[in-house]
Design a protein around this ligand. Structure first.
Ligand code: NAD
Ligand code: DAU
Length: 339
C-alpha cells in the first residue's frame, strides 16, 4: 500500500502517520502538507528520516498535486483550515483550502486514477443540537460556522464525485478530538497550556456548551478500518460517546494539574456558538465492530502528561507564528478579563 496523507503534519494527520507506520510495517506513506501555521514538521520528526515516510510540501490547491498522486493506492484527506474562531475572523483561507483545495484534489484523484479516497470531515456539518438527540449519518446538513459550511461544501463535493464520476471515495464525520500534538489554540490544549503556565483559562460564555470528546487514537483507528473496509459513497460517523460541558473539562484539567479554579475566566461568547454536539456512530460499530477504546479520564490524564513531557514542543509553538495570533486574540481578551 502506498498511501498519500494530505495534512499529515497537523494534529490528527500526524497521529495517523505515527499509528499507521507502526501498525502496517509494509505500507509506504507520502505526507503532502502546505505547512500552514498548523502544520509542524516536528510532529513527524521520528519518522521523517525513515524510508517509509516521504514528505512533500505542497498546497492542495496547486495543480501539481497530480504528480505525487500518481501510483498511490489510496489517499486520506486531512488537509484543511480547522479552527472555528479563525473562520469567524476571516473565512477566505477556509473557502480556498477546504472548498477549492478539495475540488482540486478530487479532480486530480480522478485524473490519476486513485483507487480510494477517504475524506476526513466533521460532525460540525450537522449544526447544533438542543439538550436531546444525536447526529446520525442521515441528519440534515445545517452548518453554522464558516468553517463548518466549507467542510459541508467539501463533503458534498466528494459525494457528488462519487455519484457523477464514480470516484471511489467515502466520507467520515468525527466529533471533537483531543490528544498529543494538538495545536494550543483548540480548547483542551489551550486550557492545559494556560493552566501549566499559571495563566487564566478563557471559557466562552458560561462554559455550558457540550462537546463529544474522542481520543485521537480512537479516531485514527476508525479511519484505518474505514480506509480498508469502508463502502464507497458512504458516510461514517465517528464519536467518543463522551459528552462534557466545557466548564467541567476546564475544571478537570485544573484539578489534574493541582491549580485553582479561580484561574477560570468567563469571556465573551463565540458568535453563533453551537450549543451541543453528540454523535451516533452505531453504523461503524455494526459494520466493522469499531468502538472507542480510550476512557476520557485516562485519555485526558495521558494528554496532560504528554504536554508536560513535551514542554519544548509547546514553547516552540507558542513562541512562533502562533504568537502573533495569540497576542492579537489574547491581549484583546486580557482587556475583557480586566473589566
Ligand atoms: P490541523 O489544523 O491541526 O491540521 C491541518 C493540516 O493541514 C496542517 O498540517 C496544515 O499545514 C495542512 N494544510 C492546511 N491547508 C493546506 C493546504 N491548502 N494544502 C496542504 N496542506 C494544508 O487540523 P486537525 O485538527 O488535525 O484536523 C484534520 C482534519 O480533520 C480536518 O479536515 C478537520 O476538519 C477534521 N476534523 C478535525 C477534528 C478535530 O477535533 N480536530 C474533528 C473532526 C474532523
Ligand atoms: O466537532 C469537531 C470539531 O471540533 C472539528 O471539526 C474542529 O476542527 C475542531 O476545532 C473542533 O471544533 P470546536 O469549535 O468544537 O473546538 P474548539 O476546541 O475550538 O472549542 C471547543 C469548545 O470550547 C467550544 O464550545 C468553544 C469552547 N472554547 C474554545 C476556545 C478556543 C472556549 O470556551 N474557550 C476557548 O478559548
Amino acid at each position: 500500500m502506498k498511501l498519500l496523507v494530505t495534512g499529515g503534519a497537523g494534529f490528527i494527520g500526524s497521529n495517523f502517520v505515527h499509528r499507521t507506520l507502526a501498525k502496517h510495517p509494509e505500507w509506504k506513506l507520502v505526507v503532502l502538507d502546505k505547512l500552514t501555521y498548523a502544520g509542524n514538521l516536528k510532529n513527524l520528526e521520528p519518522e521523517l528520516g525513515e524510508g517509509r515516510c516521504e514528505f512533500v510540501q505542497m498546497d492542495i490547491c496547486d495543480r501539481a498535486v497530480l504528480d505525487p498522486l500518481r501510483g498511490c493506492d489510496a489517499v486520506i484527506h486531512f488537509a484543511a483550515e480547522s479552527h472555528v474562531d479563525r473562520s469567524i475572523e476571516d473565512a477566505s483561507a477556509f473557502v480556498r483550502t477546504n472548498v477549492d483545495g478539495t475540488y482540486n484534489l478530487l479532480q486530480a484523484c480522478r485524473e490519476a486514477g486513485v483507487p480510494r479516497l477517504v475524506h476526513v470531515s466533521t460532525d460540525e456539518v450537522y449544526g447544533s443540537l438542543g439538550d436531546e438527540g444525536l447526529f446520525s449519518e442521515e441528519s440534515p446538513l445545517q452548518p453554522n460556522s464558516p468553517y463548518a459550511a466549507t467542510k459541508a461544501a467539501s463533503d458534498l463535493g466528494v459525494l457528488a464525485y462519487v455519484h457523477t464520476h464514480k470516484l471511489p471515495a467515502l466520507v467520515t464525520r468525527c466529533s471533537n478530538n483531543y490528544g498529543p500534538y494538538q495545536f494550543p489554540e483548540k480548547f483542551i490544549p489551550l486550557m492545559i497550556a494556560q493552566a501549566m503556565a499559571g495563566e487564566r483559562l478563557p471559557v466562552y460564555g458560561k462554559g455550558s456548551n457540550v462537546r463529544d470528546w474522542v481520543h485521537v487514537d480512537d479516531h485514527c483507528a476508525a479511519l484505518d478500518v474505514v480506509l480498508q473496509q469502508g463502502r464507497e459513497g458512504e458516510v461514517y460517523n465517528i464519536g467518543g460517546g463522551c459528552e462534557m460541558r466545557n466548564l467541567e473539562v476546564a475544571k478537570l484539567i485544573l484539578k489534574a494539574l493541582g491549580k485553582s479554579e479561580s484561574l477560570i475566566q468567563f469571556v465573551t461568547d463565540r458568535p453563533g456558538h453551537d450549543l451541543r454536539y453528540a454523535i451516533n456512530c452505531e453504523k461503524l460499530g455494526r459494520e466493522f465492530g469499531w468502538q472507542p477504546q480510550v476512557q476520557f479520564d485516562q485519555g485526558l490524564a495521558d494528554t496532560i502528561a504528554w504536554y508536560r513531557d513535551n514542554q519544548q514542543w509547546l514553547n516552540d509553538v507558542r513562541s512562533g507564528q502562533y504568537r502573533d495570533y495569540f497576542q492579537k486574540h489574547y491581549v484583546q481578551r486580557e482587556k475583557t478579563f480586566a473589566q
